[in-house]
Design a protein around this ligand. Sequence first.
Ligand code: GP9
Ligand code: MN
Length: 656
Amino acid sequence: MNFPKNIGRKMLSGKLSFFYLIVVLFWLKTYSAYKIEFNLGVEGTMQEFLLFINPLSTALLFFGLALFWKGKGRNIAFGTINFLLSFLLYANVVYYRFFNDFITVPVMMQAKTNSGMGSSALELMSPLDILYFLDTIVIIGLMLWKKVPQEKLRFRAVTAVLTSAVLVFLLNLGLANADRPDLLTRSFDRNYLVKYLGAYNFTIYDVVQNSKTSAKRALADSTEVAEVENYVKANNPAPNPDYFGKAKGKNVIYVSMESLQSFVIDYKLNGQEVTPFLNSLVDEEGAFYFDNFFHQTGQGKTSDAEFMMENSLFPLPQGAVFMTHANNTLQAAPAILKSEGYTSAVFHGNYKTFWNRSEMYRTFGYDEFYDATYYNMDNEEDLVAYGLKDKPFFEQSMPILESLPQPFYTKFLTLSNHFPFDKHENDTDFAIGNTDDGVVNRYFQTAHYMDQQLEMFFNDLKESGLYENSVIVLYGDHYGISENHNEAMSEVMGKEINDFESAQLQRVPLFIHVPGMDGEVNHTYSGQVDVRPTLMHLLGIETKDYIEFGQDLFAEDRAQIVPFRNGDVVSEKYSHLKGVCYDNETGEPVEDNQCEDIQKEATKKLQLSDKVIYEDLLRFYEPQNFEPIDRSDYRYVNPNPKSSSTDEPTGQEEQH
Ligand code: GP9
Ligand code: MN
């Protein structure tokens, strides 16, 4: 058989020399980006080889398609394909610098809505990044100035190139699957897919996956909910009678503390407490502080945290559920409390389109959404990238809060302590940190500023009399310092930040203040999904009829298993992180079978919760005593806007 020999001869013909140059430059560029920008956890020669080889099939395939043209047409195709692929690579580079993750289809969809992200993205770029387009510039230059082969290629030569692309891909996939079985079926971790198959193939895979998901809802029927219901009911521990109903009839005030991680609690920078107010709250009467509480967010960040806190369902493995499934049927906290006579409202100094909130809050059943149009946004110094700084935000929110009919269920979304943690040097005299990393240094300053504003807010609540008849829940929404800052974080923490320590840093503070109770520091291993049943039980509302994946933090026989959205899991004794089982006490790896049970349990929870969302299963489920929400009853239109959004509300109607 002389087929392979034939391919070789065709590919070496001089007419293809420019094509080879494009392929090689693009290949090397992609490989360099992998090495410089991404932390893919490459181990061993095989993985190293696969990482090196994986851009080749994409380059052969896509640039090979250009060979169907001749002359100018081919040059235009080369330039366009190169630019589009380079743009995709660079977008991933910039996204990864903050999110430690790759762009997915839902993220691309939400990019349109989240216009505030622009300035964060700029912060993540550097002039040297032009190098990611160096080959584009070189080939366009060559095409313009030099004579590059333009003659028509024989059809067989082109198919030989495309066949070689497919063969290289199959070799790549075969070796990858041998090294990592089930690579394509267990896709919790995007890192694996990129490491084995490459950034471009990952995007193709992702597009295919996403079209499958939208088909899932269409195919689901009411029988599917039974499996979920059985699991949830068998895993819902009884409320603790010492806590049940202890806050009956009280108002609820949630505060989402932007990017606040637990390591700042009691941390001193140059002898000064970073969060003196929160530190004092740990010991305050009536306050419960949870010191083994973890965020469980995915790509939806703040919105994922909101989703968990109010639904006790997990967010999605990719994209923000707020963006992709805002029209689902849910039985969220504001809706549950509505039948108990509560009114509900959200306060946020950003516009209502961000994270698609104005659509998702309709599904939650929020009566009011006080977005940036309710605040005075005229003073430049009061603003940061995502909206109004925390001080003017709380100050201006207070009169609105006082005017709400009681009992109310409310949520305040802070934003001063948001990446890149800048623009607060004139708002506090707390000095910045002294590592070599500006992001980490400024984080202390904005966290301190937020802490001061929380104290002020508490004082205002006391003054208004609301404090005594409100349950106040403060929670950190997600990490603020990503793994890209591990070097500075090692300095801050005084120890090397390895995979185990990185997981420890995913702790976020949770405080629940219940007037009239004693309060304590609670060490239960828990996460954001667990808060809703806890709060409901404090308010004296049974939740056993709801589909929820969390367990009351005060329940005596709770499981203490905390699934992370990347598929890792932390529990009371062991943690399973990036495929390695650790003993929490020593932080050292142990036999894998110690983690088998917790990993199985975590995977089960995530899978069932995802099923509920993807298949929109709550549309088939009617909890007892629950009045379903009609989304069309809710609209958030400010009749007298104080500021106007540049993003006009989308006003989209029900569509999936
Ligand atoms: C913006 C704020 C920040 O409205 O919630 O969002 P994040 O980037 O943290 O998800
Ligand atoms: Mn956030």
